[in-house]
Design a protein around this ligand. Sequence first.
Ligand code: PLP
Length: 246
Amino acid sequence: MEEDFAARHAVIENRIQAACGRAGRDRGEVTLVGVSKTFPPEIVSEAIRDGVTVLGENRVQEALAKAPLCPSAEWHLIGPLQRNKVRHALSLFTTIHAVDALDTLDALARVQRESGARPDVLLEVNVAEEASKHGFTAVSVREAVRAALEEGEVRLVGLMTIPPWTPDPEASRPHFRALRELRDALEREFSISLPQLSMGMSGDFEVAIEEGATFVRVGSALFGRRNAAAWKPERSADSDSYIYQP
Ligand SMILES: *Cc1c(COP(=O)(O)O)cnc(C)c1O
């Protein structure tokens, strides 16, 4: 098991380095976020011992139950953040990748003022404008940036996207490029710095790195296939509402 993980991790690391090389980028500009959703704490612990320093989870309760059972690591929320989960989320996550609504920004600002937590925040943009996807549009994201700047509380650091699913990594390239260009435009329009681009998953992280990703969110290529026998917290505040989604 441990060797399997180490072998897969080494392959991913080589591919990240090669993509950085092709793009003329420094390896240090790209953070591998190991997406550990559905995997039990024993496997996640192996990953941490093997040098994965940042874990990505898409459910707040799952991560809150899992993190105390693993060695110390940095935990990022990569899935949607509901307003009623903000307080729990801020007790663990240092980066929130996918804020997709103005009222979530409001809730973040309010809870941050009370708790003193100040996570890095990225706005999710639905660059392909797919009806089924979360995220701001290239137009509505401007309203979100303006709201965050006026509020002054949320530490906005960049943008995140999930392009339409495709077996062809090259098909993701225009969407990754669009996110980078949108980021560049927002930096100019608002005179701000948005250094982080969270884009690229198991199927397309190399293309994402070539297009400027600073966070790649890699799950199955690192941990193996997720299955229906996924790990769930035995008890949690809202275990009834825990829904497995691949
Ligand atoms: C699950 C998930 C990933 C990882 O997907 P893989 O294809 O397994 O690498 C990345 N980002 C988000 C938001 C996810 O929910």
